[in-house]
Design a binder for this molecule. Structure first.
Ligand SMILES: [Zn+2]
Length: 344
């Protein structure tokens, strides 16, 4: 082929490829478009009539209530109708409120939940607390729900709940959530010194973090890692004797409430120093998540966590979760309530 023909042929091929790609692109766009389906919503009346849940006096209501496939649905709507919820309200409840909440709703007098429809993490039985907290703090309802769910309408170390899944790598431990005398079963020593231990995945991730940090001229070492319930008890008591309980509580966890007991938390110092240098702290703040860790207690979060700033305290969450929490700019307490609580 001569040069001219070659160029012509190539151009033609490029043109064809381009056209083809454009066609495929348009096809994909159409496929992603949400095409409204005219699906007739089925009303309850056509399903309930032949069951023993059917109540003649509610017949005209059944005609207005949209059918849902939840277990016990007929029983629930009978209860809701009995509590004087209107068909419109019942339809809204099933559209906007979690099923868990609807089940709880049956134990209370009729409530107006409209303000909660856009707040997915609210819990029906905490509504009086949300409203009281909102009145007291003059905050938004959304914020009140989040703070009350964490427990912040009560003093720290009150209304304590024992954590159910203590082996969960995403575990949330704080002043309202208790580990008992839990001991992890997969502790692994860190290469720096075998007396420092973390759970396996956290230990591996920490080694990775330390090696990478070195490449960036950040030289860090572990200072404290896993601590048993009883070790934490002795540390806490020492601080209480030294500074008094109120002061000790701002920087040391009570036994059963320390992240160190999970084997997922590690305190770091700068190599050769008895503290963490500010430049190293700043590096950790921006990079630790790449290895699955977050800086758990910052200056901005003291009121939520109940701890003063601890730039040296890293908590392992795994790379995916650590990235999400880092990017959310929330404390782990808040993130957990918003996105993880209902998965467990
Ligand atoms: Zn710590």
């Amino acid at each position: 082929m001569k040069m001219k023909e070659l160029i012509l042929a190539s151009s033609f091929t490029i043109l064809l490829t381009g056209l083809f790609s454009y066609f495929i692109y348009q096809e994909n766009r159409n496929a992603n478009k949400v095409i409204p389906v005219m699906k007739e919503t089925q009303k309850v009346i056509s399903y309930i009539q032949n069951t023993n849940e059917f109540k003649e006096e509610y017949k005209s209501m059944y005609e207005q209530i949209t059918f849902h496939e939840e277990e016990n649905f007929f029983h629930e709507i009978n209860c809701l109708l009995h509590l004087n919820y209107t068909p419109i309200e019942i339809n809204e409840l099933y559209d906007f409120v979690s099923h868990k909440n609807i089940e709880k709703l049956l134990d209370f007098e009729k409530m107006n939940l409209k303000n909660y429809y856009t707040i997915p993490n609210f819990e029906v039985d905490k509504i009086p607390r949300y409203e009281m907290y909102q009145d007291k703090t003059n905050t938004t309802l959304e914020e009140a729900v989040l703070k009350v769910n964490i427990g912040l309408d009560h003093e720290f170390y009150t209304q304590i709940e024992e954590i159910a899944k203590k082996d969960d790598y995403a575990i949330l431990v704080n002043k309202y959530r208790f580990l008992g005398q839990y001991e992890p079963t997969d502790l692994k020593s860190l290469s720096y010194d075998e007396k420092y231990q973390l759970r396996q995945k956290a230990a591996d991730a920490f080694e990775e973090l330390v090696s990478f940090a070195k490449l960036e001229n950040v030289f860090i070492r572990p200072y404290s890692a896993y601590r048993s319930y009883f070790y934490q008890q002795s540390i806490y008591n020492t601080y209480v004797n030294k500074d008094g309980k109120n002061m000790a509580d701002t920087y040391s966890a009570r036994p059963g409430h320390s992240e160190h007991q999970t084997g997922l938390a590690v305190d770091v110092w700068s190599e050769g120093l008895e503290e963490l240098k500010e430049s190293d702290a700043n590096w950790l703040k921006e990079n630790a998540y790449l290895f699955g860790f977050i800086v758990r207690y910052t200056k901005e979060t003291e009121k939520i966590t109940g701890y003063i700033e601890e730039p040296w305290h890293l908590r392992y969450l795994g790379k995916d979760l650590a990235k999400k929490v880092y990017e959310s700019h929330l404390t782990y307490d808040e993130y957990y309530d918003l996105y993880l609580k209902n998965l467990n």
